[in-house]
Design a protein around this ligand. Structure first.
Ligand code: F6R
Length: 597
């Protein structure tokens, strides 16, 4: 969803910015660019396409300077061209701006700027910001930035430099993430710490409505009226699970890190804090999330229904936002998000909070907006996830939510002590079982090779397996671009069966022994129409299935099986995408962190 970075210090800015942009590329890779203070003026280099294009252009023009800003783009307004790439300059080149977010009132701002004779040259919402700051400049850059920030609507994290201050950059935040980092004789701003963590030992995650004035001498913070604010820089937390083999895709590396993530999540589950929050009486439990995070929530819903005899209302965050009325005032909102910066999820949480809800989040980023909004945050300890597709983070979310479900069942007296201990034992065994699934990946790569040219792939399952199927389908389509859908197996015969023919694949997830016969029937329905069937089954189930391929996962409680089947489905998607020559870490049209509605 665009990544921005700014640097000021004793070193040349270009290598610092490029390194930072590489780390931020997961946020968007439609174009990239940098702006530098060269001493006398501002100089810009920007290119459509991957960062490599920008690097090539920079090699040719070789701009120098120790103050600069950079941007990597996920296009929203305006196609991905050199022209629409950030940074943007104001008319006489006095200000350069990079932006992450959406300027909701850019059309009216553009109209009034045009009336004043400003020539806007791009199709973006962001360009107006540079002109607006220029318009308000009367000798003091901070005042101009403040004045412009007050006029902007929507979401924005901005990086601003001006020709007037060769040693100062500004960061502005409203509803899009931005951190300020302090190093030794060098300081920076960035969409997240990944871009500046190698030289900024101390960090501050900016709040909405703040402007940071950053120079080599130090960092000061202001509100949008220029009033000074106090803040604390905290030491950077050590990053977990960051090792990667040379040339290995991040996605593959991150799938392999899953067992460790599960182990850390199990050990760090906040038992006492969860007990305090869950003990209160609630009128309803509402789960919100998007994409994979929402799918993790579905598994929670299934487990809560079975183990805690409790109905969870689950809502895709963006859909929840469209609903009017019907709010329960005393709800517990469980918000799930890897990044903690997904705009739809944050807005859904804010909406629920306005109704008086208590917020419990499951999040992978401690310094995120979601964690700040939460009464309690359960941190999934996966380490950073850089590939766009959620892998280890999804499994860790499911795992944390299962622990939460057990805690809830225990507190509400819905489960016997013996059963609780048995299930806790099952959960404790999951990291080792996940390791075993990963060891079997070479077979999966062969299955994937067979399916790489499928006309369509349908993921099917019942109960928890159906929720796992939804996630498997999402993973496959987002990184391999194969057409895919997920359905409850029982629904197949109510329409989708019409699509089963040679060249189509059905992936049937069948981990519950109680449903073995029904699942075998689903496989038969697929194969007798000429389509190919891949079955993902628990070891203990050896149903008489005439499937083309059977992939087994270790036995576990059927409610917990999505932890293991997810790894199989992620690897399946990964190997299909590799066989199709796709960029698995950076699939087309997508970005890791979706910070716009
Ligand atoms: C899919 C994927 C997305 C995210 C979704 C929510 O692989 O990664 O569907 O799950 O955009 O993101 P977070 O979890 O950061 O809120």
């Amino acid at each position: 969803m665009c990544g921005i970075i700014g640097y000021v210090g004793h070193r040349q800015a270009v290598p610092v910015l490029l390194k930072g942009l590489k780390a931020l590329e997961y946020r968007g890779y439609d174009s990239s660019g940098v702006a530098l203070h060269t001493g006398a003026s501002l100089s810009i280099v920007k290119r459509a396409g991957r960062l490599a294009n920008l690097e090539k252009a920079i090699e040719q023009s070789n701009p120098t300077g120790c103050l600069g800003i950079g941007h990597t783009r996920w296009a929203t307004h305006g196609v991905a061209t050199d022209l629409n790439a950030h940074p943007f300059l104001s008319t006489y080149g006095k200000f350069a701006v990079v932006h992450n977010g959406i300027i909701a009132n850019y059309l009216s701002l553009a109209a009034s700027l045009r009336e004043r004779g400003v020539n806007l040259t791009t199709d973006t919402d962001s360009e107006v910001v540079a002109h607006l700051i220029d318009h308000y400049y009367t000798g003091d850059v901070l005042s101009a930035v403040c004045r412009a920030a007050r006029e902007l609507k929507g979401s924005f994290a901005l990086g601003v430099i001006s020709v007037y201050e060769p040693n100062v950059l500004y960061g502005v935040r409203k509803d899009s993430p931005l951190v300020v980092g302090a190093g030794v004789n060098e300081n920076a701003i960035c969409s997240d710490i990944s871009g500046i963590s190698d030289f900024c030992g101390r960090l501050y995650a900016m709040q909405n409505g703040e402007i940071a004035r950053v120079s080599t001498q130090g960092i000061s913070l202001y509100d949008f009226y220029g009033k000074s604010r106090s803040f604390d820089l905290s030491p950077q937390e050590k990053e977990e699970n960051s090792e990667r083999e040379e040339n290995e895709d991040y996605m593959h590396c991150e799938i392999r890190q899953t067992p460790l993530a599960l182990l850390s999540g199990y050990e760090s589950f906040p038992e006492k804090e969860a007990e305090t929050v869950l003990s209160k009486p609630y009128d309803e439990i509402l789960l919100v999330g998007c994409g994979s995070a929402y799918h993790a929530g579905l598994v929670f819903k299934g487990a809560m229904r079975e183990l805690a005899d409790t109905q969870v209302r689950e809502e895709i965050a963006s859909e929840y936002l469209t609903q009017k009325g019907g709010e329960k005032r005393n709800a517990l909102v469980v918000a799930v998000s890897q990044s903690g910066e997904t705009a739809d999820t944050l807005l859904a949480v804010e909406k629920a909070k306005r109704q008086g809800a208590t917020v419990l989040s499951v999040c992978n980023v401690r310094a995120s907006s979601l964690v700040r909004l939460s009464d309690l945050a359960i941190i999934t300890r996966c380490g950073r996830e850089r590939a766009v597709a959620a892998t280890k983070s999804y499994v860790a979310q499911v795992h944390s939510l299962l622990l939460l479900c057990l805690k809830y069942a225990e507190i509400k007296g819905k489960i016997s002590k013996n059963k609780l201990n048995e299930l806790k034992g099952e959960i404790a065994a999951l990291p080792e079982k996940a390791e075993r699934v990963i060891e079997e990946e070479s077979y999966l790569s062969k299955v994937a090779l067979a399916a790489k040219d499928a006309e369509a792939v349908f993921f099917l399952g019942r109960g928890q397996d159906c929720y796992a199927a939804k996630e498997g389908s999402l993973k496959l389509k987002e990184i391999s671009y194969l057409f895919s859908e997920a359905y409850p197996s029982g629904e197949l015969k109510h329409g989708t069966l019409a699509l089963m023919e040679k060249g189509v694949y059905g992936v049937v997830i069948a981990t519950d022994p109680a449903l073995a016969e029904k699942n075998a029937a689903t496989v038969a329905e697929i194969t007798c129409r000429g389509a190919s069937a891949i079955v993902v089954a628990s070891e203990g189930i050896q149903p008489d299935m005439r499937a083309d391929y059977v992939i087994t996962v270790p036995d576990t409680h059927p409610l917990f099986s999505p932890v293991l089947t997810a790894i199989v489905l992620q690897e399946f998607a990964y190997y299909v995408a590799k066989a199709r020559g796709c960029d698995v870490d950076r699939p087309r049209n997508l970005a890791k962190s979706v910070t716009v509605e």
